[in-house]
Design a protein. Structure first.
Length: 244
């Protein structure tokens, strides 16, 4: 008996799902905490060479976000960085349209007498060094660089006087040290005050008495010798007179 196979019911085909592309998250939409975590010094990179690159990338995003939102606290966090390599790489990666904004923010903070001025000064130095050709091509750049130049001149005006004062203090200190060393090391130096004890005075008096007694004995001995010589001379003269 032969068997025949008939086609069964066709199952419903399930459409294949295409992999959905991950939505790219804009860096500007990240919360501030994420940017601050990226700047955390405790997160050590795999290699030493990667560390400036990682910090610079995070610093660029944070600086641009702070400039757009005009967040002073975030700007202060950026400008407190004093690592020269990170500052250089950050400014190198900034878009040119944000350079003038950074320059104005630095000038604003340098006018304030606060402890973060050291970081702002390093940022300003690197910015003027790296982006000077671009700044010279900007219109009305003199209106921005003029006040900065006056500010720098006012801050360094007292430096020569301070240098002269420092040099004078060094000369005085060296002279004082040399005088002190000569006073302590010179064995022929005379004492400022001489003190004589009673024992030394008594010994001096004893020596004086001994010398006086010795001189008196010499005088009596000389007198006795003179008397003996005179008696012998009288005795000789008497003998000569009797012979005549």
């Amino acid at each position: 008996m032969s068997q025949y196979f008939a086609p069964g019911p066709i199952a419903d085909s399930v459409p294949l799902k295409r992999p959905q592309k991950k939505k790219k998250i804009d860096d500007n939409m990240l919360p501030i905490e994420e940017h601050l975590k990226a700047l955390d010094l405790g997160n050590t990179p795999k290699t030493v060479e990667e560390e400036p690159s990682i910090k610079s990338d995070s610093m660029v995003h944070l600086l641009l976000l702070a400039l757009q939102s005009k967040d002073n606290n975030m700007l202060n966090t950026v400008f407190e960085c004093v690592d020269k390599t990170v500052i250089h790489n950050t400014l190198r990666r900034l878009p040119l349209q944000s350079i003038l904004l950074v320059l104005k923010e630095l000038y604003k903070r340098l006018n304030e007498k606060e402890s973060r001025n050291l970081g702002c000064l390093r940022w300003l130095t690197e910015l003027l060094t790296f982006h000077l050709p671009y700044l010279m091509s900007c219109k009305d750049i003199g209106d921005i660089l003029g006040p900065i130049s006056q500010l720098i001149d006012a801050n360094v005006e007292n430096f020569p006087k301070m240098r002269l004062l420092q040099a004078g203090l060094k000369v005085l200190l060296s002279q004082a040290q040399s005088n002190f060393s000569n006073f302590t090391e010179d064995p022929s130096a005379q004492p400022l005050i001489e003190y004589e004890s009673e024992s030394s005075n008594d010994s001096d008096m004893d020596d004086a008495n001994i010398s006086e007694n010795h001189s008196e004995e010499q005088v009596t001995d000389d007198d006795d010798s003179l008397d003996e010589e005179s008696e012998s001379s009288h005795f000789e003269s008497d003998i000569e007179a009797q012979n005549f």
